[in-house]
Ligand binder design. Structure first.
Ligand code: ADP
Ligand code: MG
Ligand code: ZN
Length: 491
């Protein structure tokens, strides 16, 4: 990016709350059912049907807010946001407006620039102001089939209409695409961690819009923004922002003007293109929803929710560093997902060696998990078994190199470490009498080398080590072999 420009980004995240039923009716939120199977007069918007707030939405909304460190307003108000769209049968969306569930918050993320290969440079904390977190219902979906102007049909599927969402809006506080990237990952992990949302962008249960503008360094006024949509992964969002920043700078530097608009990211062409102009502000004619009372959340309720929450990711990362002596980068990776953090702690306990466990998990096990597209919770190697394997290495029953092969085999078969070691006859020979016997035979079989060594050719030591390792088929404990050989070669 030309260095006399500054990037300004604000993010809007819609996260689907993981309830079993919709926000204002009892219809199922199950995904993948027959179109319009999960509908009723309320979510179809039939006249006279009345919404009733699902209690579980309040609970999960509170978990989401608390996981992000936000305050919850004692009273919030549902409001009608009026607009016409075919997938919105009521002609309005029930949302929250001037009294949202949570407002004026702040949270801290860890963020870093990346080098050209995409590797983190230096992690630093950054505070992001959260304008609001409010609760609302989702709309349905328009489904298009066939080719335009040939056999094009459009359908409406209202299964998603009335699914609960938490919308989280930030102030325009991000200055680089990577800060935005780190923030979305932070939010995603927090929501998943406490079970508020599956927060999976590919499945669409976390959707993210990036508002992007640029200004010349030193300017105090914000530039004209565009809103980027259709960002199906965090990495695509980051790339879309980079693309958009360069496009805007290009327009401005060539003397052009920007218009406020919504642009769609095309993840095949790797570019954004205009969807609609936003020149004139929408007038949604918000007004308080007359069919729902104000949402009042008591302090006791919030405390109960707080007490039922697990240790949060940042606290856990800090504890991993203090309690187990892990580096920031180890602790961050191991707390990137809750089941991984749980897995790690169980394995560390079983191995008795937290640092080694962290190394093995990061380098050996995660590689296998990634290749098999599994999460730690679905690992065929139980944490206790990884611990048992590492213990065998610590106790020199097998070498570290053998251990790596054993782990691959454990992963493939689901068998215990000990049984693979036994089946494959891998156990290291540390028994000195066995090793002494082999050494004695080798000395007898190689009189010339022995004489050479004793005459001062110390380089021959390696030859003898090699012979013993060969005789033991690689199973002799190298440390014991070295010790015994030194003694025996002296004569
Ligand atoms: P809109 O009414 O177009 O949705 P809002 O003022 O509600 O605009 O802001 C929506 C999002 O856009 C917020 O996340 C906000 O921080 C961000 N935003 C507002 N102005 C700018 C700007 N000039 N550049 C980048 N982001 C902005
Ligand atoms: Mg917007
Ligand atoms: Zn319904």
């Amino acid at each position: 990016m030309p260095n006399n420009w500054e990037t300004i980004i604000g993010l809007e995240i819609h996260a689907q709350l993981s309830t079993e039923s919709k926000i204002f009716c009892g219809c199922s939120t199950r995904f993948g059912d027959e179109p319009n199977q999960n509908t009723c007069p309320v979510c179809l918007g039939l006249p006279g049907a009345l919404p009733v707030l699902n209690r579980r939405v309040i609970e999960l909304g509170a978990r989401a807010a608390l996981a992000l460190g936000l305050r919850i307003n004692q009273t919030s108000i549902f409001a009608r946001k009026n607009y016409f769209y075919p997938d919105l049968p009521k002609g309005y969306q029930i949302s929250q407006y001037d009294q949202p569930f949570s407002a004026n918050g702040e949270l801290e993320i860890m963020t870093t620039e990346r080098d050209d290969a995409g590797h983190p440079v230096e992690w630093k904390p950054k505070r992001i102001a959260i304008t609001r977190l409010h609760l609302e219902e989702d709309a349905g979906k328009n489904v298009h089939e066939g080719l335009p102007e040939v056999d094009r049909y459009s359908y409406i599927d209202l299964n998603r209409a009335g699914t609960p969402l938490a919308e989280i809006v930030t102030e325009p506080d991000f200055r680089t695409s990577w800060e935005a990237y780190d923030y979305v990952n932070h939010v995603r992990r927090a929501l998943q961690w406490v079970g508020a949302s599956e927060a999976d962008m590919e499945k669409g249960n976390l959707r993210c819009e990036a508002n992007v503008s640029v200004r010349r360094i030193g300017d105090t006024k914000f530039g004209t923004k565009s809103e980027l949509k259709n960002l199906n992964s965090v990495r695509f969002m980051q790339r879309a922002i980079e693309y958009e920043v360069n496009r805007q700078i290009g327009v401005l530097e060539s003397g052009g003007r920007l218009v406020q608009e919504t642009r769609l990211w095309d993840d095949r062409l790797l570019e954004t293109r205009p969807m609609r102009s936003k020149e004139e502000a929408h007038d949604y004619r918000y007004f308080p929803e007359p069919d729902l009372p104000p949402l009042v959340v008591s302090a006791e309720f919030i405390e109960r929710v707080r007490a039922s929450m697990p240790e949060l990711p940042e606290a856990r990362r800090k504890r991993f560093m203090e309690q187990y002596g892990l580096s920031f980068s180890d602790a961050s990776q191991l707390t990137s997902e809750r089941s991984l953090a749980d897995y790690y702690e169980q394995a560390a306990e079983a191995s008795g060696n937290p640092r080694t466990t962290a190394n093995w998990l990061r380098s050996e096990l995660l590689r296998e998990l990634e290749a098999a597209d599994l999460q730690a919770s679905g690992s065929p190697v139980a944490p206790g078994e990884l611990g048992a394997l590492l213990r065998m290495i610590d106790e020199e029953k097998i070498s570290g190199k053998q251990g790596k092969d054993v782990l691959v085999e454990m992963f493939r078969t689901g068998k215990a470490a000990a049984s693979i070691v036994e089946e494959q006859g891998l156990a290291q020979v540390s028994d000195t009498s066995e090793i002494d016997r082999m050494i004695a035979e080798i000395l007898v079989a190689n009189p010339q080398q022995l004489a050479g060594y004793r005459a001062g050719k110390e380089a021959l030591f390696g030859f003898f080590v090699g012979q013993v390792m060969k005789a033991s088929k690689g199973k002799a404990n190298p440390k014991v072999v070295n010790e015994r050989l030194k003694e025996k070669l002296q004569g």
